[in-house]
Design a protein around this ligand. Sequence first.
Ligand code: ADP
Ligand code: MG
Ligand code: ZN
Length: 476
Amino acid sequence: MEYEVIIGLEVHAELSTKTKIYCGCTNEYGSDPNTHCCPVCTGMPGALPVLNEKVVEYAVRAGLAMDCDITRESKQDRKNYFYPDTPRAYQISQFDLPLCVGGKVDVNVEGENKTIGITRIHIEDDAGKLVHDAYTGGTLVDLNRAGVPLIEIVSEPDMRSAADAVAYVEKLKGILEYIGVSDCKMQEGSLRADVNLSLRPVGQKEFGTRTETKNLNSFRSIARSIEFEIERQKAVLEAGGVVYQETRRWDDEKGEGFSMRTKENANDYRYFPEPDLLPINLSEEYIENIKKSLPELPESRKARYMSELNLPEYDAGIIISSKALSDFFEEAGKVCGNYKAVSNWIMSDIIRASREYEFEYDNMPYTAEQFGHLIQLIDSGKISGSIAKTVFEEMIKTGNEPEKIVEEKGLAQVSDEGAIKEVVDRVVAANPQSIIDYKAGKDRALGFLVGQCMKEMKGKGNPQILNKLILEILNK
Ligand code: ADP
Ligand code: MG
Ligand code: ZN
């Protein structure tokens, strides 16, 4: 039997506010354990939460950027469960009145455009972290993360493959980075996805039973866990079994998923309105002001790159996929005025170098301004395109200005006709056979002579002038 794959994602993003959601503790990743804690975020008796207004603002920004309706009168709810990293024994989340509802994002999967519905976006607090300590054999708890603000973005079950899911999360990540509400560092857990997946026989209308694989924090593990779960459910169904609604985990090292617990339902959590917090009432003016403050979003940048700068859709798509890369493109383009050249370099050398030298686009070894200067050096004829590659490598290694590198290494292009002529005369005189070959119609002889001259000039001869001077002799 043929099956159709149905996928819906719940994506958690930590918000990059200065302080936590219900107290004044610093919201910062990577500090010593339990150094950003207070009675509120450690759940001491009698400590009361106060909602950080920035959290609401950031969540509304995300909602507006994803075309959601913003709930004017919403509230927060207690989701009750015990877990050792959650000292209050409940999470403060939103149940029936999330801040944002009914949005969408557009994705492009292997050339095909699709729209993924957003069911809701709500705010909630993150849990602490359990550290399984190999030395003592015990488990320790670090509450720095307890009370870090999260938004949970719940999608409609609109995805049909691992590629869809990856494209969707890439898109969300881009939007959240553009609007500056989360750093989206997946390796630090500030963006993580739960994958809900079910199969149904092709042609069947009702969805099958879904499983939920929790806390995937890389694109690779999202894709691999989906492929794994598709095969697993297929095998169960084909053997005549039933898929149980359950919560699963993914072991990235083993490359397999495993069942954690049978799925709880909403009523197991005994949600009720959080009595320690006021309802959230938002005015039209408040929402309008946030709308006005939104920056240009990736889709709009992409359209602009295609229509105004004539970039191919594929190239524009790659550039906007990272805000840092897109910002770099715009700044370097502004410096040199040659956006097309910057784009070509991004598509080839910059992407390659980022892999080879392992740098991120928000932390490149050269600045956009320096890179713009490199393009200027090429466009003004000061250096040739091939010498520019050498200069670029030096920029990566030293972080120096391209002008300085050209000067120090003596890489400037030689355009002085007299100096070039001297070399040309010498090379032609040393290769009489080439003249005979050329006259006999062998055009390759010209290329050979140019190559020999370039070699003598260590790649610095101006190729146009070289060509011209050699042809003058050959055609005499
Ligand atoms: P819960 O908190 O119980 O996981 P949510 O409503 O927060 O429920 O999230 C449910 C997620 O599962 C949504 O992303 C939704 O699109 C997806 N989903 C619901 N039913 C199915 C299904 N049969 N197959 C795949 N995904 C599903
Ligand atoms: Mg869920
Ligand atoms: Zn605190």
